[in-house]
Design a protein around this ligand. Structure first.
Ligand code: GRF
Length: 222
């Protein structure tokens, strides 16, 4: 990464609303160099095209093995020369070999307060457990699924009569503020990850990452 330029490649598989939030941010500190989808029908591809961002489809269904799929993914990624890979609705598990190629360079957003509720159906699991709070986490990706070091979390209260639908909507709203904020830190070279150590402005982050509120993010992203 040169001192002024950070090439970001976004990996998607669906609607791409987080991609849209990154597009809308229009930061001078990073360029959205490409979008790769593992599903050809992902609506996020349209969003990228509308923003004149190059796209590539690497359909997981076109490959017989995970290693063949990942070899194609590596080739597609390397064409865009990524400084940072942003997972945003990319629904494939990445192998340790893949992750090791890009140490400290892959971010993921997950709709729970990790380490709680790794994996899928997080909103339903929060409701089933009658939790009083829920939230969003961003972490660097390591070989452990949803287990890499945390960068930031935002908590929201679980309201009375909350449903999976209402939580989905409220969590998305948080995600759309949080992801651009964290990618901006990386683009500004303030955020770094070495092994399991994450630093922001040279200060080592605590286990939960930086705790932010929606109000913090409005200040930072505007
Ligand atoms: C987000 O809720 C994110 O937390 C999860 O996948 C969803 C992607 O949504 N990893 P979108 O495609 O960005 O709208």
């Amino acid at each position: 990464m040169s001192s002024t330029h950070c090439n970001v490649v976004v990996l998607i598989g669906g609607n791409g609303s987080n991609l849209q939030a990154l597009i809308d941010k229009q930061s001078p500190h990073y360029t959205l160099a490409g979008v790769i989808s593992h599903r050809p029908e992902a609506y996020g591809l349209e969003r990228a095209k509308n923003a004149n961002i190059p796209t590539t489809v690497v359909s997981h269904q076109a490959y017989h093995s995970r290693s063949d799929f990942e070899a194609a993914l590596v080739q597609a990624l390397d064409n865009y020369q990524p400084d940072l890979i942003v997972l945003a609705g990319f629904m494939r598990i990445l192998s340790p070999d893949f992750v090791k190629r890009y140490p400290g360079k892959i971010l993921n957003i997950h709709p729970s307060l990790l380490p709680k509720y790794k994996g899928l159906n997080t909103h339903q699991r929060v409701l089933d457990a009658k939790d009083q709070e829920h939230g969003v986490s961003i972490h660097f990706v390591t070989e452990e699924l949803d287990g890499g070091p945390l960068v930031a979390q935002v908590k929201i209260p679980v309201l009375l009569n909350e449903t999976v639908e209402s939580l989905t909507q409220r969590i998305h709203h948080v995600e759309h503020g949080l992801y651009p904020t964290v990618v901006e830190w990386y683009g500004q070279q303030r955020l770094k990850c070495q092994g399991n150590t994450v630093t922001l402005d040279q200060e080592r982050l605590k286990k939960e990452g930086r705790e932010l509120t929606l109000i913090d993010m409005q200040g930072m992203v505007s």
